[in-house]
Write a protein that binds this ligand. Structure first.
Ligand SMILES: C[S@@+](CC[C@H](N)C(=O)[O-])C[C@H]1O[C@@H](n2cnc3c(N)ncnc32)[C@H](O)[C@@H]1O
Length: 206
């Protein structure tokens, strides 16, 4: 596993944590859109991997689902626990490369705006862990950056996002996420583009 990744990501989110929720007005509609797209059966148990300040977990919680959010940044989790008080949502400190739950435990496992912050070997391990803890026929949901088809928009969005994103973003955006999921044995269920096609919501079935 990339040795420089853990100190890098810890420091990155130590700096970002106090400011992170300032971006929420621009992102919040995606959270509820995701809940609507996913339409998980009522009573579903959901794991929100790399939950950060917990906003995607909270959006699922508001719809009555039971949600566990995990993250390795104490700074991001502190804000999640301070700002989200829902009996539906629990936050835990954990590394997504070693998810502390049994096999086939969750109905749905999602990761929102976080895979692009990971080097390829960490991304692969996190996906493998998400698949392990999801029940057979359960769902894996990936919400992350995408690029539009049109070349001018593509160029502008790529260079804009690169200005503020982590050093792993360019590698992530060139990767073929649906193919990675299919190669891991999952079946793609849906693939939605939101926010001017700059974000993608991919649902896959285990
Ligand atoms: C850009 S934030 C996204 C937070 C949240 N999911 C959202 O949608 O706003 C990325 C988060 O991934 C977390 N993270 C990165 N690597 C992780 C790992 N290996 N295990 C758990 N969390 C991780 C970071 O600590 C950070 O909180």
């Amino acid at each position: 596993m990339s040795e420089e990744y853990y100190p890098y990501v810890q420091n990155l989110f130590k700096r970002w944590a106090p400011l992170y929720n300032l971006m929420e007005p621009f992102i919040s509609q995606i959270r509820y859109h995701v809940v609507d797209i996913v339409k998980a059966p009522s009573g579903s148990l959901i794991l929100d991997v790399a939950t950060g300040t917990g906003k995607q977990a909270a959006a699922f919680g508001k719809k009555g689902y039971t949600v566990i959010g995990i993250d390795l940044s104490p700074d991001m989790l502190r804000i999640a626990k301070k700002t989200i008080s829902s009996s539906q949502v629990t936050f835990l400190s954990a590394d997504a490369t070693h998810i502390p739950f049994d096999n086939d435990f969750f109905d749905l496992c999602c990761i929102s705006l976080a895979l692009h912050d990971m080097p390829p070997e960490v991304r692969a391990k996190v996906l493998q862990e998400m698949i392990r803890v999801t029940k057979p026929k359960g769902r894996i949901v990936i919400i992350d950056y995408a690029l539009p088809e049109a070349s001018v928009k593509k160029f502008l969005i790529f260079h804009f996002v690169k200005l503020y994103e982590s050093k792993y973003y360019p590698g992530f955006i060139q990767s073929d996420v649906p193919k990675i999921l299919q190669d891991a044995g999952l079946k793609i269920h849906s693939d939605h583009r939101v926010t001017f096609s700059a974000v993608r919501v991919i649902q896959a079935i285990k």
